[in-house]
Unconditional design. Sequence first.
Length: 365
Amino acid sequence: MPSRTPLFRAAENGHEEVVRLLLERKDVNTGMTDEHGRTPLCVAAENGHDGVVRALVEKSNANLNTADLWGDSPLSWAARNGHEGVVRLLLERNDNTGIANEGGRTPLSLAAQKGHDGVVRALVEKSNANLNTADLWGDSPLSWAALNGREGVMRILLEQNETNADIINPLSGRTPLSCAAVTGLEGAVRILLGRADVNPNIADNNGLTPLSLAAMYGHEGVVRIFLERKDVNLHKPDTFGLTPLSVAAQSGHEGVVRMLLERKGVSPDWADIFGRTPLSLAAKWGHGGVVRILLERHDVDPNAADKHGRTPLVVAAWCRKEEVVRILLERNDVNLGTTDNNGQTAASWAAQNHHYRIAKLLQAP
């Protein structure tokens, strides 16, 4: 079994003088690996020991690209942990900046995710660094930076002509802008929207635009940024016909629902491919606050039925959402006797589901 030699331990702990003494011996193996497949150079790079790294690359035949069991090279470890000095030292002696680990992550990708600006700048200065290389999950360095709000890294990458600001993840269909919208990072969103080559309406593989994603997760600040622009489609439906308003209503995000309803071009009674309106979706998931907001409008039909013939009241009773049933019953124009395609009324669904409080509320006076 691989063991940690004196050289390995000295390198790991940054004891440069000890390392140099050991390197004078002919019986010292600089390529010996530990149980994780890491060499002395690898652990020195991982821990940012510049002097040890310099000694190993100058006084030995250490392989700069030897990878551990996870495919991480010394450069990968130094980049991941933000050790700029080690990164620059290794780059002076090695042009292979694109070596990827088992997950397809390059040193640039790892540094971008962690927000190590200096390391990223050092790596992009190498003319052979591929700025758009995607990992096994389909994410590029810019996507990782956007997903984690690494604004400094984003600016460095976007300064490079080769960087594709609208690069699409082939697995998810998401752009860096979509990534920033998902996590609600307003600064990252503004950086990307400040570029003329970024399309704010690119939909992912589920048909969700950056606005829809921000609405789905309730990121009001990001939604507000999109609403400030004239080139954002406020009503683009996804694969299932859900608009940004629909996903916000379904998720119960009252602030986002209010913001969208204030905008022209947003249809408050839009039906998805299953015939479900925002009101119906909010009723299904028991979002009473959203239900009240939608019922305040004169252009929302409280009796609109979906493709199963279920009105919001029927849906609420069927899904056992007592609060929503009470809110709907406050209105005089909600039809209690509507039957769905199975011949069931709101009251019969409540009785069948043994929700007797709802059934009692729905009893005819």
